[in-house]
Design a protein around this ligand. Structure first.
Ligand code: NDP
Length: 285
């Protein structure tokens, strides 16, 4: 039976350490500040933005929640980003996606100062990630890497199979694994013989968005399974992209859903905001 990689416990440990660092920074007159920007009133986005703001406040960080109506124009949003870029009390800017169709999300993300891009989505920071330079690492993949480290998984020489190639999860997590010397295969909806690919993996990272599509019997005996998927089934139940119970019988370690990658994402956002504030405080921001 697999060891459960407890994202909640790892997140709590990191947050306690971050809180101590926030205190230390405050003693030098700097309070890390995060601005969250929500356009429209998508209920899931509202929950995410609230959780991010609450998590900041709990750590003693400053958070500003900015909401704009769904009919906001791109120009208006760009003007707001510009204001936040120039606001010294704000070290991190997070624009909650998705944005309404009249707004070009790429243009908005590119308008965020790379020094305040705590989501790590600006092409400048993406380029730094690709070339292995220090940067703001996107929060969910970063959380995955921290979980692997906490679980004592050394990726050097391992076969890692990432299922999913989105810009926010699949691609960056694959790059980060490559950076740690894994041999990485990225699978997607056009991949032939997905079960065969997954069966060859020492580490499987699932970021698909299809409930339990990765079957337990695809998992190699002793493999490590990281399930990024969050899928709502029915009214209340959340499941991952991996058939958890069957996979747990074969894996050596596995993340649950909920309580796995989810709590890590916001934690890494807090981490990035703190780093942004430190950089601004040292004049490097
Ligand atoms: P996207 O929808 O952007 O990407 C999904 C990827 O999965 C695509 O690359 C797609 O391939 C691939 N895919 C879809 N169906 C199949 C299939 N049948 N076989 C193989 N590959 C397939 O999703 P995200 O990356 O944004 O998110 C993935 C999951 O992670 C979701 O459940 C999401 O809710 C969750 N998530 C969780 C977070 C957390 O904090 N825990 C944060 C972010 C996301 P193709 O490119 O060919 O279309």
């Amino acid at each position: 039976m697999a060891t459960i990689i407890d994202g909640k416990a790892i997140a709590e440990k990191i947050r306690a350490d971050l809180a101590a660092q926030v205190k230390e920074l405050q003693s030098r007159g700097i309070t890390p500040g995060l601005a969250t920007v929500l356009v429209g009133s998508d209920p899931a986005s509202e929950v995410y933005v609230r959780m991010k703001g609450d998590a900041c406040n709990k750590l003693g960080m400053h958070s500003v929640k900015i909401t704009r109506p769904a009919e906001t124009t791109e120009e208006e949003l760009l003007a707001l980003i510009n204001e936040l870029n120039n606001d010294p009390a704000i070290h991190g800017i997070l624009v909650q996606l998705p944005l309404p169709p009249q707004i070009n999300a790429d243009r908005v993300l590119e308008a965020i100062s790379p020094a305040k891009d705590v989501d790590g989505f600006h092409p400048y920071n993406v380029g730094r990630l690709v070339t292995g330079k220090p940067t703001f690492q996107p929060c969910t993949p970063y959380g995955v890497m921290v979980m692997l480290q906490e679980a004592g998984v050394d990726l050097a020489g391992k076969e890692v199979v990432v299922v999913g190639r989105s810009n926010i999860v699949g691609k960056p997590v694959a790059l980060m694994c490559l950076q740690r010397n894994a041999t990485v295969t990225i699978c997607h909806s056009k991949t032939r013989d997905l079960p065969g690919r997954v069966r060859a993996a020492d580490v499987v990272i699932a970021a698909v968005g299809v409930p339990e599509m990765i079957k337990g019997d695809w998992i190699r005996e002793g493999a490590v399974v990281i399930d990024v998927g969050v899928n709502r089934v029915g009214e209340k139940k959340l499941v991952g992209d991996v058939e958890f119970a069957a996979a747990a019988e074969r894996a050596s370690a596995i993340t649950p859903v909920p309580g796995g990658v989810g709590p890590m994402t916001i934690t890494m956002l807090l981490h990035n905001t703190l780093e942004a504030a430190k950089m601004a405080g040292s004049g490097k921001g």
